[in-house]
Design a protein. Structure first.
Length: 483
């Protein structure tokens, strides 16, 4: 009889405890169930500052360079025209230098005249600016209570970069106006080549700005990690939904994504039912006809997208064949590769494999020039006698020029040390180095791989092999991979 009150007391305790716990959990704020580690937060802010400052600095330099080049092109046209019609030259190019000097001065002083307009949407600026504003308003999410000045400094760099792209759009508008003006004024004169040079410079400036935009939309692993953590915070999701550039552009409602937010919208089943009703009146081939029309529209959209991707300044198609490598940085024009070449054993040499590493510089879309290094591994005389050894090294240079499709003309000059060695001191004697002059054909095979971009098959003829003692094989077949 005494146990019953005890059990009732335990049950009463449990019943009273769990509702209280549930109420406490309901009141608990889960907005910051995740937060950025302090070290990661500092690195992320530093990365935003460095990236913004570098691109802003580079854009300043490139814009000034292209403006000066365009001014020189105009001066060259004016000088040529003055020899033919001095009055027309004075009239057409009146205060031409003043326009460019004023533009350069506006760029240096960050004049408000170059900051009108909203510019183009850039996802990195949206995410970086939104993230910094969130950390500024909610420092606990990034554990930045004592580093608010660091966030403010980073925000100022992001805003300065936004202004850079606004300036770039206004500079492109200025260039379009001058290009159209020169085209109209010089239509009666034979200045086609001079105008072409001006148009090319204008086009490559627009391409240069596009390269900076593409570089920004390629986030680093550090940025991806920080955004992945922040995206787990409900408060961050709500903040970006209300304060991002896209939210302001599309006026996303507060109840977006909820049941209340889709009130009045047609469901997918209702739309499918409506389509079936409409198509049923068009006969048995109505659905097939609609699918063909959709496929045709998709093809036309793809072609239009490719044309837009090739446009330069102001969305105009260039009147020349552009070099898509010209606006890229030096490092982005470098393509690394490796290749393998195996030679059977003979009286002088064992079976060997040359493993080469190369770095090629893209001169333009159709040709590249580079250097390389090779190491010759000896495998012995057969399966019954496998012996690994160092059989030589080589220094290489090469050039590839596109012929048609995926076929390239390939040439190169090489210096090869064709003697076994145990230390690099042995190769210092140039007496044992042999020269190779190579000519041949390369075939590029594109492959879908995260590491390798394409496979290169090469068939080469060594013109100098007949002069080598001992003579080496004149025909070389190599398989290479670029990454």
């Amino acid at each position: 009889m005494r146990r019953q009150p005890c059990l009732l007391g335990i049950l009463f305790f449990l019943m009273s405890y769990f509702p209280l716990s549930g109420r406490c959990q309901d009141k608990k704020d889960t907005s910051y169930s995740f937060s950025l580690p302090t070290k990661l937060s500092d690195k992320y802010i530093h990365s935003v500052v460095e990236k913004s400052a570098k691109i802003s600095r580079d854009m300043d330099g490139q814009t000034e360079k292209y403006i000066n080049k365009l001014q020189s092109e105009e001066a060259r046209i004016e000088k040529k025209l003055s020899k033919v019609d001095s009055i027309a030259a004075h009239t057409i190019f009146n205060n031409s230098a003043g326009f460019y000097n004023e533009l350069n001065n506006d760029l240096r002083t960050k004049s408000e005249r170059l900051l009108h307009g909203s510019g183009q949407y850039i996802s990195w600026l949206d995410s970086a600016g939104g993230t910094l504003k969130f950390l500024q308003a909610n420092p606990i999410a990034g554990k930045l209570i004592s580093n608010s000045s660091q966030v403010n400094a980073a925000l100022s760099k992001v805003h300065a970069l936004e202004d850079q792209f606004k300036q770039a759009e206004n500079v492109k508008a200025f260039i379009r106006q001058r290009k159209e003006y020169l085209k109209q004024q010089l239509s009666t004169y034979n200045f086609g080549s001079e105008l072409k040079n001006y148009n090319q410079t204008a086009y490559y400036y627009a391409q240069q700005v596009n390269e900076y935009r593409a570089a920004m939309d390629d986030p680093t692993k550090l940025e991806q990690k920080a955004l992945a953590i922040l995206n787990r915070i409900p408060a961050f999701q709500d903040f970006m939904k209300k304060n991002s550039m896209l939210a302001g552009l599309f006026n996303i409602p507060d109840d977006y994504g909820s049941l209340n937010g889709i009130g009045g919208l047609q469901t997918r089943d209702a739309i499918q039912q409506l389509l079936q009703q409409k198509l049923s009146t068009g006969g048995a081939n109505a659905m097939q006809s609609m699918q063909q029309n959709l496929q045709s529209a998709s093809t036309e959209l793809s072609q239009l997208r490719n044309k837009i991707g090739q446009t330069g300044s102001g969305g105009e198609m260039p009147d020349f064949k552009p070099n898509n490598q010209k606006a890229k940085t030096f490092l982005k024009r470098i393509e690394y590769g490796t290749n393998i070449q195996t030679t059977k054993n003979n009286f002088f040499y064992p079976t060997t494999t040359d493993i080469g590493l190369s770095a090629g510089y893209k001169i333009n879309d159709a040709s590249d020039l580079g250097i390389g290094f090779s190491y010759k591994i000896g495998w012995g005389s057969g399966l019954n006698h496998i012996v690994l050894s160092s059989q030589g090294i080589g220094l290489r240079s090469f050039i590839d020029i596109k012929l048609k499709g995926s076929f390239y003309f390939s040439g190169g000059y090489e210096e090869n040390y064709q003697q076994p060695f145990q230390s690099f001191q042995q190769i210092s004697s140039f007496h044992y180095w042999q020269q190779s002059g190579l000519l041949g054909i390369s075939k590029i095979v594109s492959i879908k791989s995260k590491m390798f971009k394409k496979t290169k098959l090469q068939l080469l003829w060594d013109l100098l092999s007949y002069e080598q003692i001992p003579r080496t094989q004149p025909i070389k077949f190599r398989i290479g991979y670029n990454f």
